[in-house]
Write a protein that binds this ligand. Structure first.
Ligand code: PLP
Length: 449
């Protein structure tokens, strides 16, 4: 039991009363490990919350932050700039698709999403298409917690009960275990159904009323679901056909998660706007960003009076020098250690094979992976839906493993710096934990894929 007073901090997305009965507190981190207060280690197979992509406790980032604090801790970003902010914006655009070169910094993924929605609106107004006010999102989608992002939420519990914009239609979610179970990478089925649903929405609402589509290239908080083959290219094609903007929410997929710097490159699709955060500076200082096609910024600038800000929007800590300095140091690590692409190379393959070796565990109904992302889905059988995942999660934690439960799916997103040995450790701790909860596998592992 902790000797810290835990009464005052209301934890986000937490059953606080359960937490108070069983506090789970980390006090230190290094590499791929978090440490509990009693000093015991926990293998962090979630990279914090999909963000500590370069591993914990990187001295290079700490030194850069310290140096920046002692050089220029803060300067206002409204009407002024700083060297690290400009330098980091330029470094990011070295990894974005060719036409995406404009960076609007925020403090989080949620702010990036709401900023992107506003930019999309502004752009439609700038080209006299102000009637385009609706959005298309997707069931199971997660787009943060601000009002715009909450309105785009395809996860009902995150949406219901809040005052949201009602101008949103939803494409079907991508998880289809009945047809795609145990796929490696992009599964075969789902693109045609998405296209039909897309066309139905356009037919029902009229293309003239639709501003943008916002989707995660890989569904993250909805259970780690890669896009079916051809899916993202088809979305791009339909957006072009109907003159609708395409926003990729790359808050999770940005900075190497899929095996390319951004999923846009990985899937060879150029969206109009991208949102990102999480891995932007290795999860060290709050920061997010919206990445925008040149022509969109240009159209907005052309339509704005040249005596006023082109965009009446921004945050006090936007592009804060300390966050940008952390980003530059993280970018050095990403580039020097080849982390932005390791998920599509030998490490990604090792991860895929390791994950699929779990197929013999009891009640496993699907295993899926992409880059350095993974998920194992369980059939809860006689248990109420969504209660098995938390049980496995707790047992994993007790056995020194942090993964994430999304309902009865166990979701993984390890630091990109993870070693083969640490992947093996994850597999053995996961196997042990599931076996303790559900019993031994009844038959030997089967080849899958
Ligand atoms: C796809 C996506 N968009 C937006 C967000 C919100 O980011 P933040 O928690 O930094 O506000 C998240 C967070 O997990 C996310 O996964």
């Amino acid at each position: 039991m902790s000797d810290i007073n835990i009464d005052n901090w209301w934890l986000p997305f937490t059953n606080v009363r359960a937490f108070q009965d069983n506090p789970r507190i980390f006090s230190r981190a290094e590499g791929c490990f978090l440490y509990k207060q009693d000093g015991s280690e926990v293998l962090d197979i979630t990279a914090g919350l999909w963000c500590c992509n370069v591993g914990h406790g990187r001295r290079e980032i700490a030194d850069a932050v310290h140096k920046q604090l002692m050089t220029l801790d803060y300067a206002p970003p409204f009407q002024f700039g700083t060297p690290p902010g400009f330098e980091f914006a330029q470094r990011i655009t070295q990894h974005t698709p060719a036409d995406i070169n404009r960076v609007f910094f925020t403090n989080s993924g949620s702010e990036a999403v709401d900023t992107a929605l506003k930019i999309a609106h502004l752009y439609q107004h700038a080209r006299d298409k102000g009637g385009k006010q609706r959005f298309i999102s997707r069931e199971q989608g997660y787009h943060g917690v601000n009002v715009g992002g909450t309105s785009m939420q395809g996860l009902p519990t995150n949406r219901h009960g809040f005052p949201v914009l009602d101008r949103v239609d939803f494409l079907p979610g991508m998880l289809d275990i009945s047809r795609n179970a145990f796929s490696r990478g992009s599964p075969a089925h789902g693109t045609e159904e998405m296209a039909a649903a897309f066309e139905n929405i356009v037919a029902m609402r009229g293309a003239d009323s639709i501003c943008a589509v916002i989707i995660e290239p890989v569904s993250g908080a909805g259970g780690m679901v890669p896009p079916p083959q051809g899916y993202l290219k088809k979305v791009r094609e339909l957006c072009d056909k109907h003159d609708i903007l395409l926003i990729f929410d790359e808050v999770i997929t940005g900075f190497g998660r899929t095996g390319s710097a951004f999923a846009a490159t990985e899937f060879d699709v150029v969206p109009d706007i991208m949102t990102t955060a999480k891995g932007i500076n290795g999860g060290t200082v709050p920061m997010g960003a919206v990445l925008i096609k040149d022509e969109i910024q240009q159209a907005i600038f052309d339509a704005a009076p040249n005596t006023l800000p082109e965009f009446f929007h921004g945050n006090t800590y936007a592009g804060a020098p300390v966050a940008a300095a952390a980003g530059l140091a993280a970018m050095d690590i990403y580039e020097q250690e080849g982390l932005l692409t390791c998920g599509s190379g030998e490490k990604g393959k090792y991860w895929e094979d390791a994950l699929h070796s779990l197929a013999d565990l009891p009640q496993v109904i699907d295993i899926r992976n992409y880059g350095l992302l993974g998920a194992v889905s369980f059939d809860p059988m006689e248990l109420p839906a969504k209660s098995l995942g938390p049980k496995i999660h707790q047992r994993c934690f007790d056995n020194g493993l942090l993964c994430r439960a999304v309902g009865d799916n166990m979701v993984m997103s390890p630091p990109l710096s993870i070693s083969h040995q640490e992947i093996d450790l994850f597999i053995s701790r996961f196997r042990q934990s599931v076996t303790e909860v559900l019993g031994q596998p009844s038959s030997p592992a089967v080849a899958t894929g």
